[in-house]
Design a protein around this ligand. Structure first.
Ligand SMILES: Cc1cc2nc3c(=O)[nH]c(=O)nc-3n(C[C@H](O)[C@H](O)[C@H](O)COP(=O)(O)O)c2cc1C
Length: 166
């Protein structure tokens, strides 16, 4: 029989897998919702699908499962403070984007300024997996931002990935 894997060991091992950092946004009942996420991956090219694994304990999960439109802002290194803020549990929802520079998509969803790209999605499928839901979105619109350094998450910390080839 195999030994059960502890949460700490699992987090630590997965923390060696460097990722970008995104902020997922939506509007539900007229309220902006936003959550920092790194469990983001591309799923399919035709049609263009991406996934975000969303913890069912978050307020973002409650909001995003109420309606079908949401967006991912892929953060540039300058978006680090916004990432930290939008990962703070218990922050007030009202006015949470006041200190986060952003514009609005045609559907009225916040798109963060300090980003390398924006992907606007419509929910395609939701798959329940453990304590998260895998939210799969059909990408309806993609916008590229300016070139710039990436914000990376690795070993439980934010890192700066300069836009230079090794
Ligand atoms: C770098 C980083 C990545 C994260 N990625 C995810 C993720 O992919 N999915 C998720 O559900 N929570 C993720 N979180 C945790 C949420 O950002 C955090 O629980 C947030 O406070 C949820 O906010 P809410 O409850 O106000 O919706 C991440 C946190 C950090 C710092």
């Amino acid at each position: 029989m195999t030994t059960p894997v502890g949460e700490r060991d699992f987090r630590r091992a997965m923390g060696t897998f460097a990722t970008g950092v995104g902020v997922v946004t939506c509007v539900s009942d007229g309220q902006d919702h936003a959550m920092t996420a790194n469990a983001i991956a591309s799923v399919s090219l035709l049609p263009p699908l991406l996934l975000v694994a969303v913890d069912r304990a978050t307020r973002f999960w409650e909001a995003v499962t109420q309606q079908q439109f949401w967006a991912v802002s892929v953060l540039a290194h300058g978006g680090r403070d916004s990432a930290a803020w939008l990962a703070t549990s218990g922050r007030p929802l009202q006015g949470q984007l006041d200190r986060v520079p952003h514009r609005r998509s045609e559907r009225g969803i916040a798109l963060l300024d300090q980003s390398l790209a924006w992907l606007e999605c419509r929910t395609h499928q939701t798959v329940s997996a453990g304590d998260h839901d895998i939210l799969i979105g059909q990408v309806e619109r993609v916008t590229q931002g300016p070139d710039g350094d990436a914000l990376v998450y690795w070993r439980s910390g934010y890192r700066h990935l300069p836009d230079v080839t090794a």
